[in-house]
Design a protein around this ligand. Structure first.
Ligand SMILES: Nc1nc2c(ncn2[C@@H]2O[C@H](COP(=O)(O)OP(=O)(O)OP(=O)(O)O)[C@@H](O)[C@H]2O)c(=O)[nH]1
Ligand SMILES: [Mg+2]
Length: 477
């Protein structure tokens, strides 16, 4: 336990300020940074009319210093982008937003001082969570078990393992080449399950179909070209296997990667109180069964890692235990939030978003080892870009600025969100071909008046749940 941790503990005790750590997780493009930007904006300029919090009023006392090794979330850049009618840039590195807030009820002068810290990560990093607490050998087994998807789409991974077994000799380059081809296939099928995440984060831009294989063919699978690894079939770990020496080499590269890329996030996670797991349901519907399977596997792994204090080393476990004793920190609550509710029709479709999110992740929530309050599944749009309208035939439609037609307000119809996921991969592909899940991307329109926060759908409900975790802590002090 470092001096900084002790100092923070003393300072929190002296000021009576409670610290509330919120980990926002979700795969790439699920809406984490927009969620953070809009939430921060609403808390910094709280308008109880537009952001009702059951009679609570929030005053922001300023941005707080960001603890630990993670950099500060660039709130201004994100908010300025939204103000100019653009989405914030894609996240490349993990960062933390820290705000000092004073909460009071409308009818009371008693203030509750809270330091709210929210973690934003590049969604690709979720795939790396599978390494937490696992040796290279255990992680290889995890890959094998996790890729046996319920929709039977693990053929590609099985083919990869078979190709490794068929290698005539333990040839490192050939083996890494096989794994790169597997990754390229996953990328082409929109699966978010690409480990190590650095492979995807290193891409300057999304790839066109015809550039995927050639681009992945030269990307290091690991920290750098000298330290690469690929998951191996179980028998390669036996001392009698000809692959044993290579397995040892990969294990070393894997451990280095985990220490550098995964553990800083895990250190932060050890003291998190609330987990918010975002899922972009319209995108999963649009992208099909591979995306569903990858999303489900990764978010289950993320919920598992954040929900249980599983730690890689006894020292880290001791640190987590001490933090729990000192601050009584633990995951108090976990929420699954279906994002981008503004891109689907008003009414039943928006309810279906949370039903689908529940079907995707509900049982992972139930399995969480939560210390206190509960779990819930909600739908929201952190930034609402559309409004309800009717088309020429009097049918329900949406109105908003489409990414494909910037500068103009379009009125367009969007398909309803079904109340359940397609029953089979074949049925799903058929629906995709019929454009049954085309939910066009929109751009934000923002009121230029200073201090104004974006329109939203249901973001205040999520905020209320997050903040009530802090108020509960306050009451039990
Ligand atoms: N209509 C609408 N679109 C949204 C909303 N939130 C996010 N989006 C869209 O989703 C894209 C990705 O949002 P981000 O918040 O950057 O996603 P992220 O989860 O931070 O993604 P990574 O940084 O890649 O992990 C945006 O560029 C928008 O196109 C929303 O509330 N409404
Ligand atoms: Mg982001």
């Amino acid at each position: 336990m470092g001096n900084r941790t002790i100092f923070r503990f003393m300072l929190d005790k002296l000021t009576g300020r409670k610290r509330l750590r919120v980990a926002v997780v979700g795969t790439r493009n699920s809406g984490k940074s927009v969620f953070l930007a809009s939430l921060a904006n609403h808390l910094m300029a709280h308008d109880p009319e537009r952001f009702p919090l059951l009679g609570w009023h929030v005053a922001c006392e300023g941005e707080a210093p960001v603890p630990d090794v993670l950099p500060r979330y660039d709130y201004l850049a994100a908010r300025n982008a939204l103000r100019k009618g653009r989405w914030p840039a894609k996240t490349k590195d993990a960062s933390v937003l820290a705000l000092d807030l004073a909460l009071r009820r409308r009818d009371s002068s008693k203030k509750h001082h809270i330091r709210l810290e929210i973690l934003d990560i590049p969604g690709e990093r979720i795939a790396d969570f599978s390494m937490e607490g696992r040796s290279f050998r255990e992680w290889s087994s995890w890959m094998e078990e996790s890729l046996a998807g319920p929709l039977g789409i693990s053929e590609e991974y099985r083919a990869y393992l078979a190709a490794v077994r068929n290698l005539p000799s333990p040839d490192e380059d050939a083996l890494l080449g096989l794994y790169r081809s597997f990754i390229a296939g996953e990328y082409a099928a929109y699966s978010p399950l690409i480990v190590p995440a650095s492979v995807k984060l290193g891409l300057a831009k999304p790839l066109e179909k015809d550039e995927i294989s050639s681009t992945f063919a030269s990307i290091p699978v690991g920290l750098d070209a000298e330290h690469q690894f690929a998951p191996l079939p179980r028998e390669c770990f036996s001392t009698s296997s000809p692959m044993h020496a290579l397995a040892k080499k990969f294990a070393h590269a894997y451990t280095l990667y985990r220490k550098r890329m995964v553990e800083p996030l895990m250190d932060w996670r050890r003291e998190a109180n609330v987990l918010v797991c975002l899922a972009d349901i319209p995108a999963i519907l649009r992208n099909g069964p591979h995306a569903w399977d990858g999303e489900r596997t990764l978010l289950h792994a993320a919920l598992d890692v954040f929900g249980h204090a599983r730690s890689p080393s006894p020292a880290a476990r001791l640190h987590g235990w001490l933090a729990n004793v000192l601050w009584r920190t633990h995951i108090d609550a976990a929420y699954v939030v279906a994002t981008k509710a503004d891109t689907v029709p008003e009414g039943a479709s928006r309810e279906h978003l949370s039903i689908l999110a529940g079907k995707l992740l509900g049982n992972a929530l139930v399995n969480l080892d939560l210390a206190a309050s509960g779990t819930e599944i909600l739908a929201c749009a952190a930034v609402c870009t559309t409004s309800g309208a009717t088309d020429g035939d009097g049918k329900p439609a949406l109105e908003g600025v489409l990414e494909t037609d910037p500068g103009n307000i379009s009125r367009y119809r969007v398909p309803e969100v079904p109340p359940s996921w397609p029953a089979s991969a074949a049925e799903w592909q058929k629906k995709i071909a019929e454009h049954a899940f085309d939910y066009p991307r929109t751009v934000p329109a923002f009121d230029e008046r200073m201090g104004n926060a974006p329109d939203h759908i249901g973001l205040h409900d999520v905020a209320l749940r997050i903040l009530s975790a802090a108020l509960k802590l306050e009451e039990t002090r």
